[in-house]
Design a protein around this ligand. Structure first.
Ligand code: PEP
Ligand code: MG
Length: 568
């Protein structure tokens, strides 16, 4: 079995075609007639632009506007007057069209590859893609026609370029495997948009896999099963059928409002960790962002992002989400989330230690940088700020007073911001849940974090497998706290959401409907299944279940009861 990163979903079962590396041979010539070479280059670029305009159009129509834009980006790069003039400069020195074109492409490839940023690195792949395509035209070589491969093909390549991916015939290709590529590469984005099972970053795939070999591509786990037994084939054929049936059933919920069967409208948001995830949230039809975990902006680097970098990241999400609400959580580090350069000291009980808002309020300058970036970004969309790990109303007051001070300064400096910026509290400690009535007077909204609320209420470290059997949001104390929080929010007339994993749990959903939760925030891939779950309940049916369940005394019996009453 080979292993890589599953960048899309689903299962593909088929026979391998290994695509050889697209190194195009040509004779490098000097002392050429520049008029002839200019014409050759211009003719080739014209063909390139025409071919790709048609391809972009086809992609826009069949896959989506954003996907079409990837190819339009290639055209724009080749139409750029600076790029063209650089090529002509070499041609005027007597270098042949192929040589001039390749030299300019290589400069861009080197430049983009040397930048330590995924998006910029992706542009290097785009230029490699363009280079191969234009050299193919210039040299008249035969390009593999991906639209004509046999039915049931699994394509294996060193790297899948966007143009290759875009040419793939979805009826014939059942899976993609590459040696290079990440979740954020353009090929991955296209594979997801085309709903094509794809596993990237499989070491040595083009050598280890042979033409004609039967393989199973498991894009859910990133595994490639080579030469599967008949039994394995049977299992995965069934999994594939089940997955396709589930996807089709869910696709009916795209574009629908989120309502219960009897018409109670709720909001269905998505949780994200990076600005790029916003697109994924939109792809799954999320109605907003209920939790942007900003700590991910601080990870995988050696120093904290400055105000401007943070501002750009928040703004990017807001612009992507247009007028949809985006709830951004202030930094939540500590606990299981360490960031080496932040100087967190080793603690006996990090989950009970210097975490989240506690750390932030003790590192004022640092926190002020984040709050300034947030207040500045608030001008660009429908933004709200959420404070994690609150245990007392004084913490909320302190954050609000810092925000007010920043707003006053911005007003004096004429820096625009949203004067009605909402500041809410994440309810993820028993303390906050118990004083929900006090917090509700000063918070603009609540969002219940069941992941931590469960752990803290039951005194269970959420990452400790020895006590994992105790970790359950269905334990009566957790359910009582959730009910209390929602009820206090209703009394105070503030919106209440849930951004912990509980919001997507089919067994918890009827209880949440009965308690009156306003907003559900789930991982993007769970948006449609959560919408479907909610649509299957009426308030009356949900109330009946809640009444029964809230009278039960143990977690085990609650789960047993719910398993009986909630149809899968
Ligand atoms: C939670 O605690 O429920 C939550 C959503 O926050 P995180 O999982 O980031 O701690
Ligand atoms: Mg939490």
């Amino acid at each position: 079995m080979l292993k890589g990163i599953g960048v899309s979903k689903g299962y593909g079962i088929g026979r391998v075609i290994v695509l050889s590396e697209g190194n195009i041979e040509y004779e490098y010539r000097e002392n050429c007639d520049f008029a002839i070479e200019r014409k050759r280059l211009n003719d080739a670029l014209k063909i390139f632009v025409e071919k790709n305009t048609a391809l972009a159009q086809k992609l826009t129509e069949t896959v989506g506007e954003k996907e079409g834009e990837i190819i339009m980006g290639h055209i724009m790069m080749m139409d750029d007057p600076y790029v063209r003039s650089e090529m002509e400069k070499y041609i005027d020195e007597g270098i042949c069209a192929e040589g001039a074109f390749e030299k300019v492409c290589n400069t861009f490839i080197d430049m983009f590859s040397s930048v330590d940023d995924e998006v910029t690195k992706q542009r290097a792949v785009d230029v490699m893609d363009i280079k191969a395509e234009v050299l193919t035209i210039l040299t008249g070589s035969e390009a593999i026609d991906l639209s004509k491969v046999k039915k049931g093909t699994v394509l294996v390549a060193k790297e899948l370029t966007p143009s290759m991916t875009a040419c793939i015939n979805k009826d014939n290709v059942v899976g993609l495997i590459t040696e290079i590529g990440s979740k954020t590469s353009h090929a991955a984005i296209l594979a997801r948009a085309m709903e094509m099972p794809a596993v990237l970053s499989v070491e040595g795939a083009t050598e280890k896999l042979k033409n004609g070999e039967l393989v199973i591509v498991n894009a859910m786990t990133g595994e490639i099963i080579t030469n599967p037994s008949n039994e394995e084939r049977g299992i995965y054929l069934q999994k594939r059928l089940d997955y396709i049936a589930e996807r089709e059933s869910l696709s009916r919920f795209i574009g629908l409002p989120t309502t219960t069967e009897d018409g109670i409208k709720v909001e269905l948001f998505a949780n994200i960790g990076t600005p790029e995830d916003a697109q994924m949230a939109l792809d799954y039809d999320a109605e907003g962002i209920g939790l942007f975990r900003t700590e991910f902006l601080f990870m995988d680097r050696t120093s904290a992002p400055n105000e401007n970098e943070q501002f750009e990241a928040y703004k990017k999400v807001l612009l992507a989400m247009k007028d949809k609400q985006v709830i951004i959580r202030t930094l939540d580090i500590g606990g299981d989330k360490d960031i080496p350069y932040m100087g967190l000291t080793k603690e006996e009980n990090p989950f009970l230690g210097f975490r989240a808002v506690r750390y932030c309020l003790n590192h004022r300058d640092f926190f002020e940088t984040q709050l300034k970036a947030l207040v500045r970004a608030s001008h660009y969309g429908n933004m709200a700020v959420m404070v994690p790990l609150v245990t007392g109303v004084d913490e909320l007051r302190e954050v609000k007073s810092m925000v007010r001070k920043i707003m006053d300064d911005f007003s004096k400096e004429d820096i625009p911001y949203d004067k009605n910026l909402k500041i809410g509290v994440m309810i993820e400690t028993p303390a906050a849940a118990i004083i929900a009535d006090i917090l509700a007077k000063e918070a603009d909204f609540f969002s219940i974090g069941t992941n931590d609320l469960t752990g803290y209420t039951l005194a269970v470290d959420r990452g400790n497998s020895n006590v994992a059997y105790l970790y359950s949001a269905f334990a009566p104390p957790v359910l009582r706290l959730i009910k209390n929080v929602i009820s206090e929010a209703k009394k105070a007339n503030i919106p209440v959401g849930m951004c912990g994993e509980g919001a997507a749990d089919p067994m918890l959903i009827p209880l949440l409907i009965s308690f009156g939760l306003d907003e559900y925030s789930v991982t993007p891939t769970s948006v449609l299944s959560t919408r479907r779950e909610i649509s299957q309940w009426t308030k009356e049916k949900a109330d009946k279940i809640a009444k029964k369940v809230m009278a039960i005394d143990t977690e085990r019996h609650v789960v047993n009861q719910l398993e009986k009453m909630v149809q899968k």
